[in-house]
Design a protein around this ligand. Structure first.
Ligand code: HEC
Ligand code: HEC
Length: 399
C-alpha cells in the first residue's frame, strides 16, 4: 500500500516544491494525460468539478498539494477516491462515495475551525484521521504504555533556558566558515547523483544552481531513461516554474503557497543571509530526530543520525510559512530544515536533511542531502561544488 501510494503520487507530481516522479524506472508505465491550466486560473476554473469554498480559489498547484495532504492524512492513494489514478484510464472528475465524503469533510472542517477556533486552522484532516481511512474512536490499551506518538508540534514553543536563536545562528555561520567568507559567495553550482526511493528509479544526475540573493534551479535528468525528460524547479527571484514531465500538470508556473516555499528555498541557499530569512525566530530547546522511529521505518536513506538537536524556528510575516531548523550540538552545523506552507486542509511539509559537510574553498558544504515530502523522496550525493562560477540568467527563468 505504502509503495503503491508513493508511485501514484509521484505520477501526479503533486508537491510543487520538489516532485520529480522518481519512482519510475521503466518506460512501460501508462501515463495519465496531463492537465494544462491557463495562467492565473484558479482550481475551480481549471478543473471541472471543484466545488468547496476552501479549495476552489486555490491555484491549481496548491490545490494538488491539498490533495496530497488529504491523501497522506488518511493513508490513502489518489486512486482510492479517483478511479484509475496512476493509469491512463483515470477519471478525476467523477464523484465517488469517498470523494463525496471528503468534500463534506472539507466543509465540516472549515465550519469547526470557524465556529470554535476563530477561523484559525486547528482542526485538519490529520487531527482526526492520523493516516487512517476511518479515525479510531477509542484509546487502544495495547499502545497506552508503549512508545509515545512521534508526531511533533508544527509550531515551536520558546524555551527560555536554551541559547537564543541569534546565538545558535551565529555559531552556525562561524562553523560554515564565517560571515565574511559566506558573504563572498554570490553563486554556486552543485552536481552529483540522485538516488530514488527504495531503489526504484533514481540513478539521476542532478544540478543545483544558486545565485544570491534568491535565485535557484534544480534539474534532474536520467541518462539511462531519456524518455523521462528533464525535471526542473526554477525560481528567478520573483517567479517559479516546475517541469515534471510525468506530472499531472507537466509544466506550470508556481503561484500561491508553493511559490512562497520556492522563494524561501532559493533565499535559504545562501546561509550567510539566514538571519534575514524571517522577521521572527524562536529558540525551541532540544528536539530528538530518529530516536522514536521503529527500526522498520528507518531507511538507508536517512542521513541524520538519531540524536537530540538544537531547534530554532523562523516564521514569516503573517505566519504563512514556518521553518524548523535543527542544528548539531557539537558541530553547530545544520542537519535538517523542515518547512511548512499553508493549505486549507492542513500544512504542507517539506524536509531537507544535510550531512557529510566538507570544505570547499574555505566554506563547508553538505555533500549529502535528503529531500522528503508528502509524495516522495530523493537523496542527493554531491560530487562537485563550484563557487562563484558565472551562471547564465536564463537558467533561473521559465524552463
Ligand atoms: C479522500 C478522497 C480524495 C483523495 C485521496 C484524493 N482526492 Fe482529489 N478530489 C477529492 C475531492 C473531494 C475533490 C473535489 C474537491 C472540491 O469539490 O472542492 C477532488 C478533486 C480532484 C481533482 C479535480 C478534478 C476535476 O476536474 O474536477 C483532481 C485533479 C484531483 N482531485 C487530484 C487528486 C490527486 C492527484 C490525488 C492524490 C494525490 C487526489 N486527488 C487524492 C478527493 C480526493
Ligand atoms: C472532526 C474529525 C474529522 C475531521 C477533521 C475529518 N474527518 Fe473524515 N471522518 C471522520 C469520522 C469520524 C469518519 C468516519 C465516519 C463513519 O464511519 O461513518 C470520517 C470518514 C471519512 C471518510 C470516509 C472513510 C470511509 O472509509 O468511509 C473520508 C473519505 C474522510 N473522512 C475524509 C476526510 C478528509 C479529506 C478530511 C479533511 C478535509 C477529514 N476527513 C477530516 C472524522 C473527521
Amino acid at each position: 500500500m505504502k509503495l503503491s501510494k508513493r508511485s501514484i503520487l509521484a505520477i501526479t507530481g503533486v508537491t510543487a516544491g520538489l516532485a520529480i516522479g522518481l519512482t519510475f524506472s521503466g518506460s512501460a508505465q501508462a501515463q495519465a494525460p496531463s492537465i494544462t491550466c491557463a495562467a492565473g486560473t484558479t482550481a475551480g476554473q481549471c478543473f471541472k468539478n471543484v466545488q468547496t469554498d476552501a479549495l476552489k480559489n486555490l491555484t491549481p498547484g496548491d490545490f494538488l498539494s491539498a490533495m496530497g495532504v488529504m491523501t497522506d492524512s488518511l493513508g490513502l492513494d489518489c486512486a482510492d477516491c479517483h478511479p484509475g489514478a496512476g493509469t491512463d484510464k483515470v477519471n478525476w472528475v467523477i464523484d465517488t462515495p469517498p470523494k463525496l465524503m471528503a468534500r463534506r469533510m472539507v466543509n465540516m472542517m472549515q465550519a469547526i475551525n470557524k465556529e470554535f477556533f476563530n477561523g484559525s486552522q486547528q482542526v485538519t484532516c490529520y487531527v482526526c484521521h492520523h493516516a487512517r481511512e476511518k479515525p479510531s474512536t477509542s484509546v487502544s490499551l495495547d499502545n497506552l504504555y508503549s512508545a509515545p506518538n512521534f508526531d511533533k508540534d508544527d509550531v515551536v514553543a520558546a524555551d527560555k533556558t536554551a541559547p537564543s536563536a541569534t546565538e545558535i545562528l551565529d555559531k552556525y555561520i562561524a562553523a560554515l566558515g564565517g560571515q565574511q567568507k559566506l558573504n563572498s559567495m554570490t553563486s554556486y553550482v552543485m552536481s552529483g547523483e540522485s538516488i530514488g526511493y527504495e531503489g526504484l528509479g533514481g540513478n539521476g544526475q542532478f544540478k543545483i544552481y544558486a545565485k544570491s540573493p534568491d535565485m535557484r534551479t534544480t534539474e534532474i535528468r536520467f541518462p539511462d531513461h531519456p524518455d523521462r525528460g528533464v525535471s526542473a524547479w526554477t525560481f528567478d527571484g520573483k517567479v517559479g516554474w516546475v517541469t515534471a514531465p510525468r506530472g499531472l500538470m507537466g509544466e506550470y508556473q508556481l503561484d500561491g503557497a508553493n511559490a512562497e516555499g520556492a522563494a524561501f528555498e532559493a533565499a535559504a541557499s545562501f546561509p550567510g543571509a539566514i538571519k534575514t530569512l524571517f522577521p521572527t525566530w524562536v529558540s525551541g530547546g532540544l528536539e530528538s530526530i530518529g530516536e522514536t522511529r521503529s527500526a522498520s521505518s528507518s531507511s538507508s536513506q536517512d542521513i541524520v543520525p538519531p540524536d537530540d538537536y538544537r531547534l530554532v524556528e523562523g516564521t514569516s510575516r503573517g505566519g504563512t510559512l514556518r521553518a524548523k531548523f535543527y542544528f548539531d550540538q557539537k558541530t553547530n552545523l545544520l542537519v535538517r530544515v523542515l518547512r511548512f506552507v499553508n493549505s486549507p486542509v492542513g500544512r504542507i511539509p517539506i524536509q531537507v536533511d544535510y550531512a557529510d559537510y566538507r570544505d570547499v574553498n574555505g566554506i563547508k558544504f553538505p555533500f549529502k542531502m535528503a529531500f522528503l515530502w508528502l509524495d516522495g523522496r530523493w537523496n542527493a550525493e554531491i560530487k562537485n561544488v563550484q563557487i562563484n562560477a558565472p551562471i547564465d540568467a536564463k537558467i533561473f527563468g521559465k524552463p
